[in-house]
Write a protein that binds this ligand. Structure first.
Ligand SMILES: NC(=O)c1ccc[n+]([C@@H]2O[C@H](COP(=O)([O-])OP(=O)(O)OC[C@H]3O[C@@H](n4cnc5c(N)ncnc54)[C@H](O)[C@@H]3O)[C@@H](O)[C@H]2O)c1
Length: 260
């Protein structure tokens, strides 16, 4: 499937955290669907969809000047923005009573303030076009409390609130804003979190009704669905959980495992 039939202007997707994990797989799928790509990350994205019509924007999302440069670069190269995937995020696993203000603020800057500023910058282009789709990668940690993740969970709850608010403000101008809420996904983030002895694979696998981690591909397909107006053109302000049933399941552990 190619999103842009011959003769149509190229459609452009901007993806943050594109160098690895969910962002990388999402970028690859969007490239296959025919989007031009603006790949934003503090790491190099040289290995991501190398044959696509693409631009790499390397820098830190907490740098407001860098964010403004990203919007300018897309405007100059393509003159439009069709999809923004606010995917980059950082985790912080620590008991709340040990988290200091600067660590808490850093998580909010990356996971919430940067998505807001990018939505504002690229949203202005979308509002002028009268169409666009913004997809915020939140988490099931944005829907429920999980111990030892005060800053992360607050940022993801905030991102869902931002999603709903922008959907209300911009839906009337053809700009849809939705969130995807993954459960635990096998990526570098999971690897780093497990290395800090926060949990092991079995903790997650036993908790998920479908008995496995999500893959980056599971999440990327949900993003592609929300990106594509022919698939999701009247979906706005929604939080799409991709968690194998985690948040739906109120069973106790032995009952859940009895149904495997
Ligand atoms: N992995 C999971 O289990 C899981 C579960 C739910 C939600 N999520 C969310 O999905 C998103 C992607 O997660 P992932 O597992 O692919 O993460 P990851 O750590 O594997 O990749 C994150 C990417 O974002 C980039 N990045 C981080 N901070 C940045 C900054 N300040 N400036 C520029 N780039 C920055 C990193 O360089 C990296 O390439 C995150 O928002 C995360 O919170 C992940």
């Amino acid at each position: 499937m190619n999103f842009s039939p011959a003769g149509d202007p190229a459609k452009v997707a901007i993806i943050t955290g594109a160098a690895q994990g969910i962002g990388r797989r999402t970028s690859e799928l969007l490239a296959e669907a025919g989007f031009g790509l603006a790949l934003i990350d503090r790491q190099s994205c040289a290995h991501v969809a190398p044959s696509a019509d693409r631009e790499e924007l390397q820098g830190d999302l907490t740098d407001e000047m860098f964010l403004a440069r990203c919007v300018d670069a897309v405007q100059q190269r393509w003159g439009r923005a069709d999809v923004l995937v606010n995917n980059a995020g950082i985790s912080l696993i620590a008991p709340a009573e040990t988290v200091d203000a600067s660590a808490f603020r850093r998580v909010l800057e990356v996971n919430l303030v940067a998505p807001f500023l990018l939505a504002k910058g690229f949203g202005a282009l979308m509002l002028r076009q009268g169409e666009g789709s913004i997809i915020n990668i939140a988490s099931i940690a944005g829907l429920t409390g999980i111990a030892d993740r005060s800053a992360y969970n607050a940022s993801k709850h905030g991102l869902i609130g931002l999603t709903r608010t922008l959907a209300a403000e911009w839906g009337g101008h053809g700009v849809r804003v939705n969130a995807v809420c993954p459960g635990w996904v096998k990526t570098e983030m999971d690897h780093v979190d497990q290395a800090s002895a926060a949990y092991v694979d079995a903790d997650i696998i036993e908790r998920v009704p479908m008995g496995r981690f999500a893959s980056p591909d599971d999440i990327a397909h949900a993003v592609l669905f929300l990106a594509e107006p022919r698939q999701s053109g009247f979906i706005n302000g929604h939080t799409l959980t991709v968690d194998g049933g985690w948040t739906a399941d109120g069973s106790w552990q032995s009952l859940r495992l009895m149904h495997r």
